[in-house]
Design a protein around this ligand. Structure first.
Ligand SMILES: [Ca+2]
Length: 403
């Protein structure tokens, strides 16, 4: 028997591409897939931010101030006279709600009747400002009116006192002081009217509280005050600009992105599973030499058809006999059985038995005529007892088979 070589690697490659093959289906690869999900933030609150370059302002104003101090007139009544005061300020809004500024005031204070007692004063105040309207009504860059309370601390210098002499002496008690440093605490409020993006009109009132030496004279109440009312313009450098961010507004967009990520991950997991299944087939077994089992088959469905009541091979059918003869010569180790049949619609069973035998013999003789050894050929006659085909006319036939 001829030894044949079969490359089992060929079968391996075949299995690789046969995704639905039984062996491939047995490979179950589980690739865990992580799914991203976003949770709703606890608080859907808008947060505002801005560049440090934005929301600066300069304010210029003027108005009047009235001191409340312990000097009285000759008849014991306190007299308070207003005098002009001028203001310049510079500040920054950290958020739509809170701001900080340095506000300077300068003016002459008059605090006794007929103006006999007066001095000059200048103060600088560091104020923390709260936009109450925005806090209560929400952020609105186009809001026309805002109410802004503020508190502050600062320093005030008073000098050039005229009128009543001071009762405060310097350290060696040789001179009466003619100027004072005091540290006021301020409270007040500002009314702001938006004129345009860059300019606001403001009006504000401030109460500054001082120690008794404010007017260079210590007497009576330990706390003195200066009330200021001013108006002016505030110039917004770069305009007021805050960017709002509410995490809840982006949930839909973030979820959409997450879904895309999850879809891509699912595709990656699917591809990884397919790759793992393919890798499970590797490495392919080594090529081995095996003794081939005699599995050589006769040409599939090789047959010779006959006319009714005839055992003569037509010229058209002789080509099939020739092909079988060539194949048998190429496979010298195999034997072939020539099976003869007759149709059941014509002739008696006995006649058909004899006719099918003659058909098988005619084919055997023809094969021998083409060079095939007779001892490699068996004949078998089925008559009309066995009908290979439901189509009656097709059963006038000889079919090749192997024992
Ligand atoms: Ca005083």
């Amino acid at each position: 028997m001829k030894t044949n070589f079969y490359l089992t690697a060929t079968a391996c490659v075949g299995m690789f591409f046969a995704a639905n093959s039984a062996q491939a289906q047995e490979q179950v690869v589980v690739v865990e897939q992580e799914t991203i999900a976003i949770e709703q933030p606890v608080e859907c609150k808008t947060h505002y931010s801005s560049s440090w370059r934005d929301n600066w302002f300069i304010q210029l104003g003027a108005g009047a101030q009235v001191p409340f101090v312990d000097i009285t007139s000759e008849n014991g009544e306190k007299h308070h006279k207003a005098s002009a005061v001028y203001n310049v300020g510079f500040g920054h809004w950290f958020s739509p709600y809170l701001g900080f500024r340095i506000s300077g005031l300068y003016g002459k204070m008059r605090y006794n009747f007929v103006g006999h007692d007066k001095a000059q004063m200048a103060s600088a105040n560091a104020d923390l400002m709260w936009d109450m309207t925005t806090s209560c009504c929400g952020v609105n860059p186009d809001r026309v009116f805002s109410f802004i309370p503020f508190v502050g601390v600062g320093g005030t210098f008073t000098w050039d006192f005229k009128g009543v002499k001071s009762n405060i002496y310097n350290g060696d008690l040789t001179h009466r002081k003619n100027n004072q440093w005091t540290l006021p605490v301020s409270v007040g409020f500002q009314l702001r009217f938006r004129l345009c993006k860059y300019v606001d009109f403001f009006a504000e009132a401030r109460a500054q509280f001082y120690a008794d030496n404010f007017n260079n004279y210590v007497q009576g109440d330990p706390i003195e005050a200066n009330i200021t009312a001013i108006g002016g313009l505030s110039f917004n450098i770069g305009g007021r600009k805050f960017t709002g961010y509410n995490p809840c507004e982006y949930l839909g967009y973030v979820n959409q992105l997450n879904n895309q990520v999850n879809d891509l991950r699912a595709e990656v997991a699917s591809t990884a599973a397919a790759l793992a299944a393919a890798n499970a087939q590797l490495p392919c077994p080594e090529v081995k030499e095996t003794n081939a089992v005699a599995t050589v088959q006769t040409p599939m469905l090789a047959s010779v058809r006959f006319k009714i009541n005839s055992a003569k091979i037509s010229d058209e059918e002789m080509v099939n006999v020739y092909n079988v003869a060539e194949w048998m010569k190429a496979n010298p180790d195999v034997t072939v059985t020539v099976d003869g049949y007759a149709d059941e619609d014509t002739g008696t069973a006995a006649y058909n038995q004899e006719l099918s035998a003659r058909r098988a013999q005619a084919v055997k003789d023809a094969l021998v005529g083409y060079g095939v050894s007779a001892d490699r050929l068996n004949t078998k006659a089925y008559g009309s007892a066995t009908q290979p085909y439901n189509e009656n006319n097709w059963n006038r036939i000889v079919i090749f088979s192997q024992p």
